[in-house]
Design a protein around this ligand. Structure first.
Ligand SMILES: [Zn+2]
Length: 369
């Protein structure tokens, strides 16, 4: 894993980037030894390919000192034998779900918002039957297959999302909540490992009030403290540092990072510069998200994924000024094979830190155009 070269790469950084490195990250390389009993030696050799690598394991721990995010990397974990559901052709399984699929007839089989539906070229909106929050709706693509999409389609999904957020704002004003600050959130869970209950592809939109969701707000607070202490934009510095390490690259207006502290496998961040969130920006994020997902599909047979987009508030009175340096942040992770019985989130991930088997450097190599 190239991640094990991280300390050396950090040592070789130019002066300014090294200063950022020392400010943001801490890395520990851990050696862990074990003794294989003779009975399992050949089994280990067969499954892991190298007995000595298992007997003398190398683990790397990366901590972001600004945000408190962390990850433990050990590539051996990807070689663990997994219990799987009987393997099937995913396409034929998806086709079977077409029968009786409510999202294939959304006008007849899904509820609509109080203000009606928003229709795009490739999708429309529906109210969520069981909501997370005061406003919670779906973007339902016309395409049933959750892994079939191109840039035009995803751009359209994101543009419809932007229109839905505007509609919620207008609706809130019509209900007398004109001054309330509204915080939008966009997410996309694809297939079962990612937490999706319906096979037909769909994105989800929520709007919350008073303050943004805790994880978004926590990141913003960290970035505000960083700006206060170092007079720089945290996200910009994070990108400069990732770029210097070979983990960041630009595509048009978007900056992409293969994150050093992924929450789960292959986490990518797409950053769009701070400033007013226009329809154009929504479209750009949608296209950038689509490019990453499609490259992962081609290069790694991506089957299941989560996408989340952190967005500044939709206007209102409360602290809009302190959001002015917060970029649009789209986060993507791979959730693995849909036939795995074992979930990739356990107590470590829920309550302690990410445990990661994919190498951010390999992910960057796969994704850089
Ligand atoms: Zn369907």
């Amino acid at each position: 894993m190239a991640i094990f070269e991280l300390l050396r790469l950090a040592e070789e950084l130019p002066f300014r980037e090294k200063e950022l490195w020392n400010r943001i990250y801490e890395v520990d390389v851990l050696q862990s030894k074990l003794k294989l009993v003779s009975n399992i030696r050949s089994w280990v050799d067969e499954n892991f390919g190298n007995v000595s690598e298992v007997e003398d394991q190398k683990i790397i721990r990366v901590t972001n000192l600004i945000t408190g995010e962390g990850a433990l990397f050990n590539s051996l974990r990807s070689k663990r034998p997994m219990t799987r559901f009987p393997s099937r052709d995913l396409n034929s399984l998806v086709e079977e779900h077409r029968r009786g699929c409510p999202f294939c007839s959304p006008e007849d089989c899904t509820p609509e918002d109080s203000f009606g539906r928003i229709r795009g070229k490739y999708c429309l909106t529906a109210a969520n039957l069981t909501k997370y929050d005061g406003h919670h709706s779906l973007i339902i693509p016309r395409e049933h297959h959750p892994l079939r999409f191109d840039e035009d389609m995803v751009e359209d999904y994101f543009l419809v999302a932007a229109r839905w957020f505007q509609e919620v704002k207008a609706y809130a004003a019509s209900e007398g909540n004109n001054g309330a600050t509204l915080y939008p959130f966009l997410m996309w869970n694809c297939l079962w490992p990612a937490g999706s209950s319906v096979v037909h592809g769909h994105l989800q939109l929520t709007v919350t009030t008073k303050r943004h969701y805790p994880k978004v707000e926590q990141l913003r607070q960290c970035s505000l403290r960083y700006a206060c202490k170092y007079s720089n934009n945290y996200f910009q510095d994070l990108y400069i540092l990732h770029k210097a390490l070979g983990l960041g690259w630009a595509e048009g207006e978007s900056c992409l990072l293969s994150l050093l502290t992924p929450i789960k496998e292959k986490e990518i961040w797409i950053l769009l510069p701070p400033g007013p969130v226009t329809f154009d920006k929504f479209g750009l994020v949608g296209k950038a998200v689509c490019r990453v997902l499609n490259r992962l599909k081609q290069q790694t047979l991506l089957q299941s994924f989560n996408v989340a987009v952190y967005l500044p508030p939709l206007g209102g009175k409360a602290d809009a000024g302190s959001w002015k340096d917060f970029p649009i942040v789209a986060r993507l992770v791979d959730r693995g094979n849909v036939f795995n019985r074992t979930a990739d989130f356990g107590a470590m991930e829920l309550f302690a830190t990410g445990v990661i088997s994919s190498d951010p450097f390999s992910v960057a190599r796969l994704l850089r155009p």
